[in-house]
Unconditional design. Structure first.
Length: 513
């Protein structure tokens, strides 16, 4: 996993002081990183003859949008490096600067003057913005557009001129690269109207938390982290704010011993209530992800006298928790009435050593706060944003909107975790976030690996089943949540289309990991 930082400007300053780096040297490294990205983009767009080393047909125009600060200075430095590139070779590049405003920072002024001396054409943004969106010659002729208007630390809203420039860039057919952070992506991860939509973001020094918000996922593209003169290990000397999960972090529940039986891998009990299908999906996911046995359990009014049908031959059914239960999952299609949920919480309260996953309907039970205060340890909660909204209210942590639960998710996850130490909270979204507070430090993990194919009824039930399977096999609450979440995300990538994924197909895909 990689470290995430809320404000890398602190790291920039510390790196200059620790390693004797100058701001100009760090800027040159940033410009070199952008140059590599531009050339790679041009090669990807090139016809096969150019990729084979033959000259490309015509000049390749690279439009660089430059702001007035040091992010703009990166752009001016990039254009200077590209000036004359490949003039007599296979890929002649012509950089063109679009200046949003006059350079203000000392380095921006210096880099702009250097670019001018290298003969780089500079066009005021006002001249570009007055042209027709459909017939804008600057953008229509561009092979690559590089956004160097605003970097990290942006707040507020984009002014009309900047927003229009970004819209013109977004509407073009050019490859779009953002320097450090796409313009319009705020430091808190929210998006201003008219934000630049990058096909690729080249971020500098260290990864920023804002790049991994849900809103950011549609504007950042693939993210490349480049160093600024020292390795990331040296640059990232301050404590991380969060951690980014990676595919290589996944530890699957492979069976190492041969002399085993089904009891060796735990017994997951899945609460089954109002909507039986949801519990069946969770149960199937648990069975496919290594649990030795899985039972659907129905207890408490109004279901205790109703027979639970044998919905699938692979899952057992029971009217009470099996004696050998090693993990419990509840909430998926269970029903929100306290009289339905509370009996399961009561059983878990009497069996504090049994880990559990609380999802969906169970988040609405009025007895949940007392339950968590009594046994937060070994408890995992997996709400989506709307359920998280009710969960926060239900346990007395405040009234928030769904937008709050999405846009302020890191802070609200931390608030919940500090209120219930040792509990593990996973809030679903485009980039799910996992939090826990061990009594001394809060930990936040972000999972960027999933796809929009997961936006389908039943996907969350699969996740609950995967986590409960790992809990049943003896993983800790945090470990089970992290690895269940990664497996869930990676399984979604096995689907060839973005619309056809079903819960059962998602479960089957876990066997391909």
């Amino acid at each position: 996993m990689q470290s995430l930082f809320s404000d890398t400007r602190i790291l920039d300053k510390a790196a200059r002081e620790r390693y004797g780096l100058t701001e100009e040297l760090m800027m040159e490294n940033a410009a070199a990183a952008l140059e590599r990205a531009v050339i790679q983009s041009l090669l990807q767009r090139a016809e096969p003859s150019a990729q084979a080393g033959k000259p490309m047909a015509g000049e390749q125009r690279v439009v660089v949008l430059c702001g007035s600060g040091n992010n703009g200075a990166d752009g001016y430095a990039l254009s200077r490096r590209l000036a004359g590139f490949g003039a007599s070779g296979t890929m002649p590049i012509v950089p063109v600067i679009v200046a949003v405003s006059e350079p203000k920072s000392d380095l921006c002024k210096l880099q702009a003057e250097r670019a001018k001396k290298c003969g780089v054409e500079c066009i005021p943004a006002d001249a570009v913005c007055t042209e027709s969106e459909k017939n804008n010659a600057v953008f229509e002729s561009a092979a690559v557009i590089v956004d160097c208007i605003f970097g990290s630390g942006f707040h507020g809203d984009l002014d009309e001129k900047t927003a229009r420039l970004c819209v013109l860039a977004n509407d073009s057919s050019a490859m779009r690269i953002a320097c450090d952070v796409p313009t319009g992506l705020r430091e808190d991860g929210t998006i201003s109207s008219g934000a630049f939509c990058a096909d690729c973001t080249v971020t500098m020094g260290a990864l920023k938390c804002s790049l991994y918000s849900d809103a950011a996922k549609d504007v950042v593209g693939p993210i490349i982290c480049e160093n600024l003169g020292v390795s990331r290990a040296l640059f990232e000397a301050e404590p991380a704010a969060a951690f980014l999960l990676e595919e290589s972090d996944l530890v699957l529940p492979h069976r190492e011993k041969n002399v085993v039986n089904k009891g060796s891998f735990g017994h997951a009990a899945v609460a089954s209530g109002e909507k039986i299908g949801a519990s069946c999906i969770a149960g199937e996911a648990a069975l496919h992800f290594g649990a030795g046995l899985v039972s659907l359990v129905r207890l408490g009014t109004p279901f205790e006298k109703a027979e639970l049908p044998q919905v699938t031959p692979e899952l057992m059914t029971a009217s009470d928790f099996p004696a050998n239960t090693t993990a419990v999952a509840l909430g998926m299609g269970l029903g929100r009435a306290d009289e339905v949920v509370q009996p399961y919480l009561d059983w878990l309260s009497a069996h504090k050593n049994i880990p559990c996953v609380i999802d969906a309907d169970a988040c609405f039970c009025s007895g949940l706060a007392a339950f968590l205060h009594a046994r937060a340890e070994r408890t995992v909660l997996t709400p989506h944003p709307k359920e998280f909204q009710f969960l926060l209210q239900n346990v007395g942590l405040g009234d928030y909107t769904i937008d709050d639960c999405v846009n302020r998710r890191p802070a609200l996850v931390e608030k919940f975790c500090r209120a219930f130490p040792q509990a593990v909270l996973l809030v679903k979204g485009a980039n799910p976030m996992i939090g826990t507070f061990d009594g001394e430090r809060f930990y936040l993990f972000v999972n960027p690996l999933g796809t929009n194919a997961l936006a389908k009824a039943g996907s969350g039930d699969v996740l609950a089943g995967l986590i409960s399977a790992l809990l049943a096999q003896g993983r800790t609450a945090l470990d089970a949540t992290i690895h269940g979440s990664i497996a869930h995300a990676l399984a979604s990538r096995k689907c060839k289309s973005d619309y056809s994924l079903t819960p059962l197909a998602l479960i089957a895909a876990t066997a391909e990991l």
